[in-house]
Design a protein around this ligand. Structure first.
Ligand code: SAM
Length: 289
């Protein structure tokens, strides 16, 4: 490899990808770059990593990996599908690796999944290089829309039973997916007993994202409950999601026919138990991050 792929550095003959949090660099060793493209929205890369296997990397940030991407995808999909008693119409915003869609489609009562991804390159690269995450077969219930999620939400009809916001970090094209007008549009799209789940960033490194999201959702929904998962490839590992609901909040038992590797009924219920230091960070009066 003569030209150094974007976002990688060569150290003693090895390639490293470095994630840059304020005051903290985390580096992952890359053994092979399988795909690299600059799309109109971001730099898209598929690479083999030493600790996490094959990974989808957007603008130099790991999004999902073969070794542990199931943790994030199961927790963003099975929690809402277990809280809502029978979600037939599901909307996913973002999620171009198709991992969340794949989990949602495990439920036989789901009749349609609209997935709105801004960047077609992410879907094509994931289908080609990450079949373990994206799934190999095309499910006729899945409809792909290549469009900005905020624009789709502003013009779509609904109603949806469950909406999943599987957005990248709140920088670049995903910034709009963390703002109040977007959540207001989603609230309009939900059925009267509908609910949504949004990924809410690292409560350790970016508690301000959680605070902003909680404030926006609490103005719109009577039930707003953050929950945690441990995702080893994300900075600090600790990751927050937020459930916002009009009626349902209890996690019902997962159907034994649905196979998961992280999201069991017990794990999903326990995920809502937040350590006090996390609550301190994400409440409105918490540290500025
Ligand atoms: N699991 C990931 C994480 O939190 O690191 C996120 C998964 S998924 C890859 C995020 C997707 O959101 C990306 O494919 C990105 O292209 C898409 N995206 C970013 N901004 C968007 C927007 N405004 N509308 C729709 N999709 C968007």
């Amino acid at each position: 490899m003569n030209r150094l792929p974007k976002h990688l550095t060569r150290l003693g003959g090895e390639l490293w990808l470095t994630d840059d949090e304020p005051g903290l660099l985390t580096s992952v060793r890359i053994t092979d770059v399988l795909f690299e493209a600059q799309s109109p929205f971001q730099h898209v890369m598929i690479a083999d990593t030493v600790p996490f296997g094959r990974a989808l990397i957007l603008d130099g940030i790991i999004q999902t990996t073969v070794a542990e991407g199931f943790i994030y995808n199961e927790m963003i999909a099975h929690v809402p599908l277990s809280v809502h008693p029978r979600a037939e119409r599901v909307l996913i915003i973002g999620g171009g690796d198709l991992g969340a869609a794949r989990e949602v489609l495990k439920y036989p009562f789901v009749r349609s999944v609209d997935l709105v991804e801004i960047d077609q390159t992410v879907v094509e690269a994931s289908r080609r290089y990450l079949p373990e995450i994206a799934g190999e077969a095309l499910d006729p219930r899945l409809r792909l829309h290549f469009e900005d999620g905020a624009r789709f939400a502003a013009r779509a009809d609904g109603p949806y039973d469950v909406i999943i916001v599987d957005a990248a970090d709140p920088i670049g094209p995903a910034t709009v997916l963390f703002e109040s007008p977007f959540y207001e549009a989603l609230a309009r799209l939900l059925a009267e007993d509908g609910l949504l789940v949004a990924q809410t960033d690292s409560p350790f490194h970016h508690p301000e994202t959680a605070r902003r999201t909680l404030r926006a959702l609490e103005a719109l929904f009577p039930i707003v409950r953050p929950y945690l998962a441990v995702v080893p490839s994300y900075p600090s590992g600790l990751w927050l999601f937020t459930l916002a609901s009009r009626r349902y909040e209890a996690v019902r038992p997962l159907d034994p026919g649905i196979r998961t590797r992280y999201a069991t009924t017990d794990v999903m219920r326990a995920a809502f138990a937040l350590p006090p230091y996390v609550v301190e960070r994400i409440r409105p009066e918490g540290p500025s991050g």
